[in-house]
Design a protein around this ligand. Structure first.
Ligand SMILES: [Zn+2]
Length: 266
């Protein structure tokens, strides 16, 4: 007997995907008024044309169907809140698809930033305890954590290229290739080499500017580590595209090619 199943055997499964998707889209249909309000609250989406907005809305329905939202600290996550998060999370993968986000289901929304207890061991083996204020966190396998106070400020904070949802989902995209190192999944070794060359150049240049005390469009927090630089650069790419392109044209071009979007052109 042949090991490969005949074509007729596989065909129904190809259709099953679309059927499942149609069911999810019906189950999670986004009311017109709620969608309109969501677009108004995220002015950086205004550049999207009608077809792109329809695709974002479709991805949001699928995202809401696949993810589970939990409110922490007494916070109740309403449909409007979940959609505001979904719309920002789906923007980077608008032309790539939701598969980057398949590794986790839970999204925990805290009312405000969370104080995390951290410890780090130095080279002498001494453990140092410290506290870190988190507005978001993406862990391998999830859940993903977000502070609602920062999520809902997305319109104003775009002025300083800050977007906590895009930041955390940039880490998820980065992690889809394995290590969180600022290098997302790429088709081959050559693309990977080119990515690292452009990212490292932009990172060195950025760290020099931050060290010299110069103002940067990209959040100076990015100087902490290259994977944080990648995440803050993705934020700037989507919410402050024009200024980011002027500051870092080579990295802008790299991200535009990857995400298949050119937000500064709109
Ligand atoms: Zn980060």
């Amino acid at each position: 007997m042949s090991a490969a199943p005949p074509a007729w055997w596989r065909a129904p499964f190809a259709r099953l995907g679309t059927w499942r998707e149609r069911r999810a889209l019906a189950r999670r249909a986004i009311p017109d008024e709620l969608w309109r309000l969501t677009l108004l609250r995220l002015p950086f989406l205004a550049r999207l044309d009608e077809a792109e907005r329809a695709e974002l809305r479709r991805l949001c329905s699928l995202f809401l169907d696949r993810k589970q939202f939990h409110g922490a600290g007494g916070l109740e996550v309403t449909d409007g809140m979940a959609l505001l998060i979904a719309a920002q999370a789906c923007l980077p993968v608008l032309r790539l698809g939701l598969h980057f986000y398949d590794g986790f289901v839970g999204i925990v929304v805290h009312p405000d930033e969370v104080v995390a207890q951290r410890s780090v061991m130095d080279e002498d083996g001494v453990v140092h305890e410290y506290e870190e204020n988190l507005t978001g966190e993406a862990m391998s396998g999830g859940p993903l954590m977000l502070a609602w106070a920062d999520v809902q400020d997305a319109a104003e904070s775009a002025d300083w290229a800050y977007n906590v949802v895009i930041h955390e989902f940039a880490h998820v995209i980065d992690a889809a290739s394995g290590p969180v190192d600022g290098v997302p999944p790429l088709p081959d070794g050559a693309a990977r080499e080119r990515w690292i060359a452009v990212l490292d150049d932009a990172y060195d240049d950025f760290c020099r500017r931050v060290d010299s005390g110069a103002d940067t469009v990209v959040d100076p927090y990015g100087a902490e580590a290259v994977e944080e630089f990648f995440a803050v650069a993705v934020e700037a790419f989507f919410v402050a595209a024009g200024p980011f392109r002027r500051e870092s044209p080579a990295l802008y071009a790299l991200l535009a090619g990857y995400f298949r979007q050119d937000p500064a052109a709109a």
